[in-house]
Design a protein around this ligand. Structure first.
Ligand code: FEO
Length: 391
């Protein structure tokens, strides 16, 4: 992975955002996020996307430096979401002769965001169309709903670079060491997760191209071992569990449900489960727990009853899972209720609204705190969960 250098003629002009409190007003990004933008220098120059309006000034400075006295001929707009399109008005004002390259949908949505006249600047492209810059040729492929309807990706034929829009993006800084998949997976399932079928369609198009580098709109440029990243996207977008393991997602008001899930976790480990992740929905980053729900093949939901229904963070979690297309998993249920337990019924109803979810028996129903009968049920449930581990 390289940070800034892509090639002599393809320059990184993106920016870092390390002080944003919540990306898209909902995701914590402890290491920040980048808004990537690239400049291709040839007989003609093409600018690949802009950046969030939070960083317009810095980005225009980066751009000016790399242009080195030239002006951009084209701005390719792969995605109109404001984290990438937020500086379009500013760059159009700075370089009024520049043409804007987008598809029909880009330009139909454009006036929703910008009150500027671009009639004489539009270059409308369609599936497979090419645009020559000199020795470099851009080819456009539509990627609707990865992650908005107007999204398209661009393949540069000479250097074999795929400008992949949000696809293959990741939270954090490009130079962050460690596991690319960790923050890429959290990004993928929370932002693009609902659109697995559309990502699969894009992967099919990408498979027909000879790609040497992937330049996404967030995170590092990918320039080696591309099969690793493409395989991850194939697994994620097909909703196939990535790893064998049990996520126990729980809520606990006064700690009794928490104690119960700790006991269940121990039982699972004693039965040979190597990966058991216990997550407190009230305190942990919801996006991280959603990531784990998709990552592992089995999930246990444990919740108290609250106001005759589900404890709010569990309800919120299940609503998120449904909206992200959660499917093809095995689930087990534990509830707690001091006088009228209702949580299991509600969790079951919400899971039944999702696709291909198998719910194991027995459902463990705790009255305030775990008793010996519950422990027997939990042993049986742990055995059932373990027997569902597919080799
Ligand atoms: Fe990074 Fe869908 O915007």
């Amino acid at each position: 992975m390289s940070v800034v250098e892509i090639s002599g003629n393809i320059r990184y002009v993106g920016v870092e955002d390390r002080d944003i409190d919540l990306f898209e007003s909902q995701y914590v990004v402890p290491e920040g996020v980048t808004y990537n933008s690239y400049l291709i220098l040839d007989e003609k120059t093409a600018l690949m996307d802009t950046v969030d309006a939070r960083k317009t000034k810095e980005w225009l400075e980066n751009l000016k430096k790399e242009l080195n006295g030239r002006t951009p001929d084209y701005l390719v707009i792969s995605h109109l979401e404001p984290d990438h399109a937020g500086s379009i008005a500013a760059v159009v004002e700075e370089y009024p002769q520049m043409k804007l390259v987008g598809n029909a949908r880009t330009f139909s949505m454009f006036p929703q965001f910008f009150d500027i006249n671009i009639e004489d600047k539009k270059v409308i492209v369609a599936e497979g169309q090419e645009l020559s810059l000199g020795s470099h040729t851009l080819q456009f492929f539509m990627a609707p709903m990865v992650h908005w309807p107007e999204v398209m990706v661009t393949y540069e034929q000479k250097e074999k670079v795929l400008f992949s829009a949000d696809g293959f993006g990741r939270f954090g800084m490009p130079e962050d060491d460690g596991d690319w998949a960790c923050e890429a997976r959290r990004y993928y399932f929370n932002i693009v997760g609902k659109y697995g079928a559309q990502v699969q369609a894009l992967l099919k198009k990408a498979a027909a191209l000879d790609i040497e580098k992937i330049c996404p709109l967030h995170g590092p440029v990918l320039d080696e071992n591309l099969k690793y990243y493409i395989d991850k996207y194939d697994v994620w977008s097909s909703y196939t569990p990535e790893d064998k393991g049990v996520l126990i997602a729980y809520a606990s008001i006064h700690g009794n449900t928490a104690k119960a899930v700790e006991e269940l976790a121990q039982m699972l480990k004693e039965k040979g489960e190597e990966k058991v992740v216990v997550s407190d929905l009230a305190r942990e980053d919801m996006a991280e727990v959603i990531e784990d729900a998709f990552r592992y093949d089995r999930i246990v939901l444990a919740s108290p009853t609250y106001d005759g229904g589900l404890f709010p963070c569990m309800e919120n979690f299940l609503m998120h899972l449904k909206s992200k297309g959660f499917q093809k998993r095995t689930a087990a249920l534990m509830e707690n209720g001091s006088w009228a337990p209702m949580a299991a019924k509600q969790m079951r109803q919400m899971l039944e609204d999702m696709k291909d979810i198998t719910i194991l028996e027995p459902v463990v129903s705790i009255r305030s705190s775990v008793n010996d009968k519950n422990r027997e049920e939990m042993e049986t449930l742990a055995a059932e969960i373990t027997s569902e581990k597919k080799e």
